[in-house]
Write a protein that binds this ligand. Sequence first.
Ligand SMILES: Cc1cc2nc3c(=O)[nH]c(=O)nc-3n(C[C@H](O)[C@H](O)[C@H](O)COP(=O)(O)OP(=O)(O)OC[C@H]3O[C@@H](n4cnc5c(N)ncnc54)[C@H](O)[C@@H]3O)c2cc1C
Length: 413
Amino acid sequence: MATEHPDVLIVGGGAVALCTAYYLQQEGIRTLIVERRGVGTGCSYGNGGLIFSGQLLPLMTPERLAGGLFRWLRRGSPFYVRPSPRRLRWLWQAREAARPERLAAIAALRAALLRQSQQLTRTLIAEADLEVELRQRGLFVVYRETPGQAFCERLARAAEAQGVPFQPVAQPSDLVDGLQAAGGLYFEADFHLHPARFVQQLYLRLAERGVRFRPETEVLDWERQGRRIVAVRTGEGRLAAGAFVLAAGAWSGLLARKLGLRLPVEPVKGYSLSSPRPPNAPEIPLLLADAGVTITPLAEDVRVAGGLELVGFDLEAQRVRAALLYDTARAWLPEMPLLPLQHIAWWRGLRPCMPDELPALGRPRAFENLVIATGGGLAGLSLAAVMGYRTARLILGEKPDPELEALRPDRFH
Ligand SMILES: Cc1cc2nc3c(=O)[nH]c(=O)nc-3n(C[C@H](O)[C@H](O)[C@H](O)COP(=O)(O)OP(=O)(O)OC[C@H]3O[C@@H](n4cnc5c(N)ncnc54)[C@H](O)[C@@H]3O)c2cc1C
């Protein structure tokens, strides 16, 4: 039985792959996940754990662009780009996607996807009986200075238009003791969880239910016959299947290229720091709009996450970036004690980002039995359940919803 070909082979073992396998398994589809490292150890592991309702705006809002792209070329900036022709093209596409006339359509799609994903995530956690420290505390998006305020105003307009519930808060310290902010928006529908627990427990539950896994197995290439993919080639040999899902996160573009497909999914590096949770840590997670930094109170740790580095697949962790996050958290919550930076565990991950910050989800036209599911970007954990659900429906042969047209993986061709 174990050597039989699976119905579906999923490349990658992150949150999107695991959620896809979950929905396929529910339909009795025999699934194999092939992961080149440990399952759930990619970007889904150490992120902020926030399941957003109101992350409606694309990456390159005018506020992030304030000061011009040159600001992005400075190494001390929280946003950093190591220029290359590919990355500059990507940035240009990202800038085009954030034009005011496109923002409304992107916000509408993101609101719908996030709403559905929040419901699916809750149901999945309950049905699979996962212990993931889920807490319903909302999200407080706060600002101090003009760009952060402008970002919040833009976000408020988008949330209002999309019916995403939020409340403006004029006095942030009323909601979070000691918070040094000038104002903000409270999104009540957001919740948070421990991301590593989510992927690791889902992995175990799926294995118990018969989903098969090949960790430490890198997919190197595809084997095709006409419009069909018949197998993947790995360092451990050839693996055949009836259908394939490419859910390799930030690395998906490299594997798509081997099929002659252009998928502009860019790795956008970010960092997180986890310090033991002090008694006066905020109960409500925070998004510090000026700095693009989140603070999540987990059960045992307080996690500070952020940073946008476009440096390709370079996973080297830069101390200067970790220090920036650390200093930001201390400046906004000066009374919250953190361990000295040298004693803090830090982590970095590569977010899979499309230029318009919408997922790439669908069947490329050139192949009958391939679905691409990546590009969750800054909200990829939040979107994993809906991406997995929609991918499974496509694999099952259901007619795609019209809204999936806007997520076509080849929309930038
Ligand atoms: C600092 C930071 C904070 C974040 N905070 C949040 C947050 O609070 N909320 C939120 O919603 N999102 C957040 N995100 C974004 C989120 O973490 C990602 O978008 C999401 O985890 C991506 O999931 P994935 O399954 O697509 O990719 P991954 O989890 O990266 O999984 C892809 C997997 O594919 C494997 N792979 C790659 N190539 C191959 C190959 N050739 N063969 C086999 N396997 C391969 C990789 O090893 C990896 O395990 C954050 C990200 C960062 C960096």
